[in-house]
Design a protein around this ligand. Sequence first.
Ligand code: AHG
Ligand code: MN
Ligand code: MN
Length: 336
Amino acid sequence: MSATKKFMTLERFINEQEQMHPSATGAFSGLLHDLSLAAKLVWREVSKAGLVNILGITDRMNVSGDVVKKLDEFADETVYKAMDHGGHLCVMASEENEDILHIPDNYPTGKYVLLYDPLDGSSNIDANITIGSIFSVYRRVTESGKGTLEDCLQPGSNQVAAGYIIYGSSTMFVYSTGRGVHGFTLDPSVGEFLLSHESITIPKKGKIYSLNEGNFCNWDEGMKRYVQYLKEQDKATNRPYSLRYIGTMVGDAHRTLLYGGIFAYPGDKKNPEGKLRLMYECNPMAFIFEQAGGKTSNGKQRILDVQPTSLHQHTPVFLGSEEDVKLCEEFLQGKR
Ligand code: AHG
Ligand code: MN
Ligand code: MN
């Protein structure tokens, strides 16, 4: 019998990880199982978005001023409804909702907190370009009862789990609970996420940079000099780098995680704090990248060390291969 790869489903993997913690109650595993179901429910709609009338735009704007597309709303409601009755959460917060999301009174509450970007890359939905969902899990900091804003506004270093679902040529569930990063590919024929990328580690250095150069004129000098440097010819340092950017953070980050290099959304003269959200995009991705051996920064400090002050705050974000992010910081801090 050839040594085929073991048939490991996400459910079995979660259960096996739980067995490594004798004191585990099963609540954390239950939460992850619920997230896996939420992912499949969102995938089901995303995979047929072009066929049913959920494309197009609603008349709503979200708190960040982005126009909310119907699939955003569907994904937001789907995640909330998949997660609100499992008894593992005391509160949720979503990129699409201004305030925290309470657990309905008739459902039990638990000790975890979930923050999520239900649909990332909304502007790409109608063009059938890769989109994603992002999630971030914390333990509550308040004693009991309904969760509060304080439970949600924790530094990213307090995360107990984070991950994303990427709806691309295939759909993957990529996550970490602090024991490495693992990727599972959805097999639609059996409706299971199967282990396809165990212990993902990012190369120490890459040769791809991923950012929206359309903002070049508004960047500060250090950022401009860094990108110019990447474009110069120099065989010894593998330059020029290639530019790859699809405008969906989940897609650009996933490629950076697997191939190496750097993803960035810097602040600029118009938006000094950049466009991406600390709680729903940057903290979960920073957790993943650090677990995969990468480095993350807001230009000055580690993303996970930032103490949040508001639910929808933005942050400049640089994440990727350790050497690439280190070099970028040197340019940003005027050391190069
Ligand atoms: P969302 O769809 O959740 O609002 O996120 C969109 C974000 C992120 O996915 C992507 O990296 C970035 O917007 C692209 O912004 P630009 O179009 O300004 O490059
Ligand atoms: Mn997003
Ligand atoms: Mn979104």
